[in-house]
Design a protein around this ligand. Structure first.
Ligand SMILES: Cc1cc2nc3c(=O)[nH]c(=O)nc-3n(C[C@H](O)[C@H](O)[C@H](O)COP(=O)(O)O)c2cc1C
Length: 179
């Protein structure tokens, strides 16, 4: 079986930290080392059939990129290249970082931007996550009452992070690796 690829964008490093936690929990027989999207190529990413992608939300509910202050670029620069491809046959699970207290009206919004681009390109996005346990006003990332991927608030709820990752992985890995 091919390994699960883990790709992330970040500014201050939390989304990388989470990617590393996920990789460690999965083990190196199951997942490849996490890679920053500003240091990879489409070819590398497309070698995987099952992929976990992570992003923080910046600006006004935006994906990270040069415009939000990530000087080497991030999802804003990478995503348009990816979304031009036909991603049918790829299974992708998403996780997003946000701050529900400070940005309650656009909590983890950018998760939806990833979801939208990937589903439009034909990928099957798996790994929705319940909204219980979070307090926010609005999030684009909620679809049919659930987040379109795992949402983590490592600023205000760091103590819940590990347990959230564990339960999400338990559900998502069988979906990602199913034939
Ligand atoms: C300038 C700025 C803007 C932000 N905007 C949002 C936002 O719109 N929505 C949200 O949920 N979180 C927002 N955040 C919180 C970050 O997404 C959160 O701190 C995240 O953990 C950062 O991840 P990183 O360390 O991987 O860059 C913002 C943070 C900063 C510093």
């Amino acid at each position: 079986m091919k390994k699960i690829g883990i790709y992330f964008g970040t500014d201050s490093g939390t989304t990388r930290l989470i990617a590393k936690k996920i990789a460690k929990k999965l083990g190196d027989e199951v997942a490849d080392k996490p890679v920053n999207v500003n240091r990879t190529s489409l070819d590398d990413l497309l070698e995987h059939d099952a992929i976990i992608m992570g992003t923080p939300t910046y600006g006004e509910g935006q994906l990270p990129g040069v415009d939000t202050g990530v000087k080497d670029g991030s999802w804003v620069e990478f995503l348009p290249k990816l979304s031009e491809l036909n991603l049918s046959g790829k299974k992708i699970a998403l996780y997003g970082l946000g701050n529900q207290e400070k940005y309650a009206a656009r909590f983890a919004d950018s998760l939806f931007l990833l979801y939208e681009a990937l589903t439009k390109a034909g990928a099957k996005v798996v790994g929705e996550w319940g909204v219980d346990g979070y307090t926010f006003e609005k999030s684009l990332a909620v679809k049919d009452g659930k987040f379109v991927g795992l949402v983590l608030d490592h600023v205000n709820q760091a103590l819940l992070t590990d347990q959230r990752i564990d339960s999400w992985l338990e559900k998502v890995v069988p979906e990602l690796t199913a034939a």
